[in-house]
Design a protein around this ligand. Structure first.
Ligand code: UDP
Ligand code: MG
Length: 312
């Protein structure tokens, strides 16, 4: 029998959290009284995470594991699990217990009301100040640029209807941001408030660099506004330069040529130089994306899938 709910959990070096996550998640799922499956993706963990997951899969027929052949990132891990998920409702969750499994029935109920994507807003978010500020800025910028109405992009406790997951599975883009991708397919999105806890054990797997990368994926993967903005700045700069040249010409006739204030000129020059380099960077982001797409490399490599359901 096909499961009704699929739980999808990416795992990267979460050894201390796996058992505790499972012992909270499993009873919640049993209480729903519906058939379910739990799919973990081991994203190339270097600790004993995979071993622990295999033990869970051996003891519980509902558990399946996608074993990656390296670290391909949280979003790829979720996509790989989406590919093999079978439930009518698919729910994503972090492995570090920041998203309480007890909130899952709330999401299920919201989908059953007829919504196809259910996002979540973290009440009293438990993260470091730096992490929160970074997220706040990203949330605002993304809302402005993509025009998508989502309050909290970062919270991965989300539910998707089968249709949405099928559509996501059809996309083959090389790098992506799942909540935003789902939002583009949603016809009736909804949001619920969920509790948020501190990370149970270990550290955030997102370094500053990974975070910046992810945000570029979000900006340039779902919007061309950065390119358009840049073109606009270019036009305004040119207009200003023409006006300035005109002013200097007139000044030359009235007062004469100017020599002082050369360094002011330098300052102005560096300012525009900065804008130019920034622009090349933005163009580069898009070129890089196009390059990734045309190379058509596999986005991730699955070594094996473990779990009772996959035995021949
Ligand atoms: N994760 C992953 N691959 C990565 C980084 C993270 O599968 O390269 C998983 C991680 O195990 C966790 C989830 O993605 O289940 C969220 O990661 P984390 O808690 O480090 O992110 P944060 O809460 O700081 O956004
Ligand atoms: Mg976390």
């Amino acid at each position: 029998m096909n499961p009704y709910i699929s739980i999808v959990i990416p795992v990267y070096n979460e050894e201390p959290n796996i058992q505790r996550l499972f012992s909270r998640l499993y009873p919640v799922m049993q209480e729903t009284g519906r058939p379910f499956e739990i799919i973990f993706t081991d994203d190339g963990s270097r600790d004993r995470s995979l071993e622990l997951l295999k033990a869970l899969a051996a003891a519980n027929p509902e558990v399946r594991i996608v074993e990656f052949n390296g670290n391909f990132g949280q979003h790829m891990a979720i996509l790989a699990a989406f590919e093999i998920s079978r439930g009518d409702i698919v729910i994503t969750l972090d492995a570090d217990l920041q998203n309480p499994p007890e909130e899952i029935p709330k999401l299920v109920a919201e989908i059953e009301k007829g919504h196809d994507v259910v996002g979540s807003i973290r009440q009293k978010r438990q993260d470091t100040f730096f992490r929160k500020t970074a997220s706040l800025m990203v949330n605002i910028a993304t809302r402005k640029m993509t025009g998508m109405k989502m309050t909290d992009y970062g919270c991965m406790l989300r539910a998707y209807h089968r249709n949405i997951v099928d559509n996501i599975n059809r996309c083959q883009e090389a790098s992506t941001f799942i909540p935003a991708l789902a939002q583009t397919f949603a016809s009736s999105p909804s949001e619920v408030e969920v509790a948020h806890a501190e990370r149970l054990e270990g550290e955030s797997k997102y370094s500053l660099y990974k975070l910046i990368r992810l945000n570029f994926d979000l900006m340039t993967g779902f919007s061309v506004v950065p390119l358009q903005l840049f073109a606009l700045v270019g036009i305004l700069t040119s207009l200003f330069a023409v006006a300035f040249a005109g002013f200097l010409l007139v000044r030359r006739f009235i007062i004469g040529a100017e020599v002082e204030g050369v360094f002011t000129l330098f300052a102005i020059l560096f300012f525009f130089l900065g804008i130019t380099i920034f622009g090349i960077g933005i163009v580069g982001e898009y070129v890089g994306r196009i390059y990734q797409e045309v190379r058509r490399r596999p986005r991730y490599v699955v070594r094996t899938v473990h779990g009772a359901a996959d035995e021949p």
